[in-house]
Design a protein around this ligand. Structure first.
Ligand SMILES: NC(=O)c1ccc[n+]([C@@H]2O[C@H](COP(=O)([O-])OP(=O)(O)OC[C@H]3O[C@@H](n4cnc5c(N)ncnc54)[C@H](O)[C@@H]3O)[C@@H](O)[C@H]2O)c1
Length: 245
């Protein structure tokens, strides 16, 4: 399905990103994991026979450095970019009036500006592929308006808007840009979320019960194939029918 496709997964050290890296690797892709967490990122990459490079999405020079390494490893082209890295944990359960400026700005710098900078840096390599695909990881919290999570929800709403505009800007280069909006997953990052929020999801999905990261990776893998170009600009709520996009 992804045989010999070269794919870069940001935030692939753990959680959903690590599952995406595993899934695309099993489907024949050559994978690079990039993350701020070097130790865990290197361990995950070793298990998958993938490459690992450090990146801090807050730092544009670090992104440039990563792209140089990606270009060298993949001979000047990139078939798929998964913009997965984000501040995704420890920022919920806070009333909007109580979010501090430092935390708000960091979420925007990593989740929104980081996704833009990463996409901008990778664009020449994706163009060189002639069948480049970008999959942006949003969240269904941006679709149903989850309360007590405003900076995160705002950042994930921005990801959806950016996906639609980028699909139009990159269409003439045959680059497909899509977003997936998962619901709450059983990843380490959601351990801190109160049981009531987990139950709210589990009891209101069309497919009842919890959802693991491994349940959504086949859909993400498909979006990275050549055949997925027709879906460009779309947002897929990969949440077992909790909210429809
Ligand atoms: N877990 C869920 O329930 C869930 C639901 C919906 C959407 N998502 C989205 O899925 C993605 C992965 O989430 P997760 O649950 O695996 O979270 P996670 O916190 O386990 O993983 C995020 C990864 O991003 C990396 N990262 C953070 N800041 C970075 C930076 N400045 N530069 C480079 N890398 C950085 C982290 O080191 C980590 O490996 C995120 O975009 C998140 O918003 C997750």
């Amino acid at each position: 399905m992804l045989k010999n496709r070269s794919i870069l997964v940001t935030g692939g050290a753990r959680g959903l990103g690590a599952e995406i890296a595993k899934s695309v690797s099993e489907k024949g892709a050559k994978v690079i994991i990039a993350d701020i967490n070097t130790q865990e990122g290197q361990q995950t990459a070793n298990k998958l026979n993938a490459d690992f490079f450090h990146v801090d999405l807050e730092d544009s020079s670090s992104i440039q450095k990563l792209i140089k390494s990606v270009s060298k490893t993949f001979n000047g082209k990139l078939d798929g970019l998964v913009n997965n890295a984000a501040i995704a944990t420890g920022i919920g359960g806070i009333q909007f009036e109580d979010i501090d400026l430092t935390s708000w700005d960091k979420v925007m710098r990593v989740n929104v500006r980081g996704t833009w900078l990463m996409t901008k840096a990778a664009a020449p390599l994706l163009r060189a592929s002639k069948s480049g695909r970008i999959v942006n990881i949003s969240s269904d919290t941006a679709l149903w308006g989850a309360p007590l999570l405003l900076s995160y929800v705002a950042s994930k709403g921005a990801i959806i808007s950016m996906t639609r505009s980028l699909a139009r800007e990159l269409g003439s280069d045959q680059i497909g840009v899509t977003a997936v909006a998962p619901g709450i997953l059983t990843t380490d990052s959601t351990d801190y979320v109160p049981e009531a929020r987990h139950s709210f999801y589990n009891e209101n999905r069309a497919i009842l019960g919890p959802q693991g990261a491994e349940d959504i990776t086949d859909t993400i893998s498909f979006l990275l194939t050549k055949g997925a170009l027709t879906l460009t600009g779309q947002v897929l709520a990969v949440n077992n029918g909790f909210v429809f996009s």
